[in-house]
Design a protein around this ligand. Structure first.
Ligand code: NDP
Ligand code: ZN
Length: 190
């Protein structure tokens, strides 16, 4: 906090790349895991254009969403904690990362249900990150499916994601449009 945004952005990338070291995405290409959080932040920055928003009052929430986008899987999938995020990036970014982290006290199927019901209750930057995360994961699935996933499992993932995103529709018109493009292209999956 207090530092220029570019400097915090690069530091977030450095922290996330280190935290996710050695992890790969579940796809045939086995891309480095860090590609995904960088993609989520890139969707918010380039495709949603969060920093081009004319409404200056939303700037802090938009900066938090982009930083939390890079860090969104760090607490769930690495040994970094929310306290580390709070120390390096402040309370507001940590809160958004917390909103992006699934409750590991729940079983995997309860976590799936929880994402549907908790989405609409999240903060504005929390919803931006969750929606951009879905855009990134669904596009990855359209391009390159995990070797171990059946066609049914891919379709089930799309159906569940559709329900999660429906609860957060209206958060940002650009994200609604990016998701609509994805739902359109899934018509050809069946
Ligand atoms: P998922 O099946 O939900 O796996 C998807 C998650 O993996 C994404 O949300 C994403 O999370 C991450 N991921 C990593 N690489 C990719 C990629 N290339 N494309 C898209 N997503 C990627 O998670 P679990 O392994 O936790 O599975 C548990 C659930 O899956 C069960 O509760 C069950 O419902 C379902 N399942 C269904 C089966 C079926 O055949 N229908 C079989 C087995 C399980 P992130 O954004 O955090 O990286
Ligand atoms: Zn993710």
């Amino acid at each position: 906090p207090g530092e220029p945004f570019e400097s915090r952005l690069l530091f977030a990338a450095e922290v996330a790349a280190f935290a996710h070291r050695g992890q790969t995405r579940k796809n045939r290409q086995a891309a480095p895991y860090i590609n995904h959080p960088l993609n989520v932040a890139g969707i918010l920055l380039r495709e949603v254009g969060l920093l081009e928003d004319g409404d200056a009052s939303r700037r802090p929430a938009h900066e938090d969403a982009i930083l939390a986008g890079i860090l969104h899987d760090v607490v769930e999938d690495t040994d970094f904690t929310l306290d580390h995020i709070r120390l390096y990036f402040g309370d507001s970014v940590a809160k958004v990362v917390d909103e992006a982290t699934s409750n590991t006290a729940l079983s995997k199927s309860d976590r799936k249900l929880d994402q549907i019901t908790s989405g609409p209750m999240k903060s504005y930057p929390g919803r931006l990150v969750k929606l951009a995360d879905k855009v990134s994961n669904l596009r990855d699935l359209l391009l390159d499916q995990p070797r171990t996933w059946s066609a049914e499992r891919v379709l089930a993932y799309f159906a569940w994601s559709h329900a999660v995103c429906a609860g957060m529709r209206g958060t940002h018109p650009r994200l609604d449009a990016l998701l609509d493009d994805i739902w359109q292209s899934t018509i050809t999956l069946e």
